[in-house]
Ligand binder design. Structure first.
Ligand SMILES: NC(=O)C1=CN([C@@H]2O[C@H](COP(=O)(O)OP(=O)(O)OC[C@H]3O[C@@H](n4cnc5c(N)ncnc54)[C@H](OP(=O)(O)O)[C@@H]3O)[C@@H](O)[C@H]2O)C=CC1
Ligand SMILES: O=C(OP(=O)(O)O)[C@H](O)COP(=O)(O)O
Length: 352
């Protein structure tokens, strides 16, 4: 398996695939020999030049090249394309030329692939597909909540307000620095239609804003269910989802900043938080209307989904086994108690 585009998402996908017992990472491709190229080398990942004319820059910078991206694509059984939005679609021809299946990311339009994918919601849709798109961080976060609600109670309508981070921590050219932007200003936002690529019959309206933060996205969610429910029942349901962390009361986690601190304290790689983080106290019900707040770590929540998409495409495991293996190998899943998280972190340190 190869990764084309070794940035925020690509480097995490590479590490995650490298950790799987049933997968082999054969190389990664980049356009420039920056710090990420050096750390990829330290991790032992063969490096390929994404733009052939730039190959000499790598040797000048002391980064050994295994070849050019064409060779990586030809050798790989599958490519996970993690290039910036729009470049993935341009790359599809390259993958087709080599008859190499590919996974694209959520920045691409849905029509880049045959199937849009979320492991919890539509794993089987990617079986035997050659081109699959793992939906965006926000769509992944919404899908992980909608799937169990739909199965348990039926969903009449979803309304979500997405408070989106302005950029990732390294994206110093993005913003706003000091503003609160309706974004996209057009209502509803593109997120609702994107969720419908996973749940075609769902009624959903979404609104977005951008704020001066790099930490996480935060969603305010209202879901009208088909049955009357209690908050306690919904909470129990979400606590049963391994990729959802229901933040217990008493943890003192009152925002995204403390969630990121929590992940760092627990020794998670890069401080990643792969799970949706739902504030337990926010789960409120009024008849059939459910309300909650959740935080989504945009840099990492789609990573396990990429791993599962590979297994779905090769039809090697069923949904449950694939998700369980991914979660176990990456250390995903925080038990309801803080000590569960601490135990997991201790186990990771003990392994090192
Ligand atoms: N960041 C996020 O929050 C999320 C992003 N996504 C989606 O994931 C995709 C990747 O985003 P992200 O990782 O953030 O982007 P980044 O900009 O962090 O990383 C993209 C990488 O692609 C490389 N690259 C640029 N051009 C090419 C090219 N022509 N061929 C090969 N590699 C190239 C860049 O390499 P170099 O540095 O060498 O130029 C960089 O390493 C997008 O579709 C995005 O929408 C999905 C969920 C969340
Ligand atoms: O928030 C995201 O996408 P989304 O808001 O379109 O779901 C991803 O984190 C990528 O966002 P970006 O396109 O602002 O880098």
């Amino acid at each position: 398996m190869g990764v084309n585009g070794y940035g925020t998402i690509g480097k995490r996908v590479a590490d995650a695939v490298h950790a799987q017992p049933d997968m082999e990472l054969i190389g990664v491709a980049k356009t420039q020999p920056n710090f990420e190229a050096h750390t990829a080398g330290e991790r032992g990942y063969p490096m390929y030049a994404a733009i052939p004319e730039r190959s000499p820059l790598f040797s000048e910078a002391g980064v050994e090249l295994a070849g050019e991206v064409d060779e990586l694509v030809a050798k790989a059984d599958i490519i996970v394309d993690c290039t910036p939005s729009g470049i993935g679609a341009e790359n599809r021809e390259l993958y087709e030329t080599h008859h190499t299946p590919a996974i694209f990311q959520g920045g691409e339009d849905a029509d880049v692939a045959d199937v849009s994918f979320n492991a919890r919601a539509n794993f089987d849709a990617a079986r035997d597909a050659d081109y699959v798109r793992v939906v965006s961080c926000n769509t992944t976060g919404l899908s992980r909540i909608i799937a169990p609600l739909e199965e348990e109670y039926g969903v009449e309508k979803v309304r979500a307000t997405l408070v989106r981070r302005g950029g990732d921590p390294g994206q110093n050219s993005r913003g706003p620095i000091n503003d609160i932007l309706p974004n996209p200003i057009k209502i509803p936002s593109h997120h609702g239609p994107d969720v419908k690529t996973i749940f075609p019959d769902l009624e959903i309206d979404t609104l977005g804003l951008k704020v001066p933060a790099t930490l996480m996205h935060v969603h305010a969610l209202n879901v009208t269910l088909e049955d009357d429910v209690t908050g306690a029942h919904v909470r129990q349901l979400l606590e049963g989802e391994n990729r959802v962390y229901v933040i217990p009361e008493g943890m003192g986690i009152d925002g995204a900043g403390k969630l990121m601190d929590f992940a760092l304290d627990a020794g998670r790689p890069r401080g990643d938080m792969w799970e949706n983080c739902v504030w337990g106290e926010s789960i409120g019900v009024n008849g059939r209307d459910l309300y909650l707040f959740q935080a989504i770590h945009q840099q990492s929540d789609v990573i396990p989904e990429n791993v599962d998409a590979i297994r779905a495409m090769f039809d090697t495991e069923d949904q449950q086994d694939s998700m369980a293996l991914t979660d176990q190998t990456l250390g995903i899943g925080i038990s309801g108690s803080p000590s569960g998280f601490a135990e997991q972190a201790r186990a990771e340190f003990a392994d090192d």
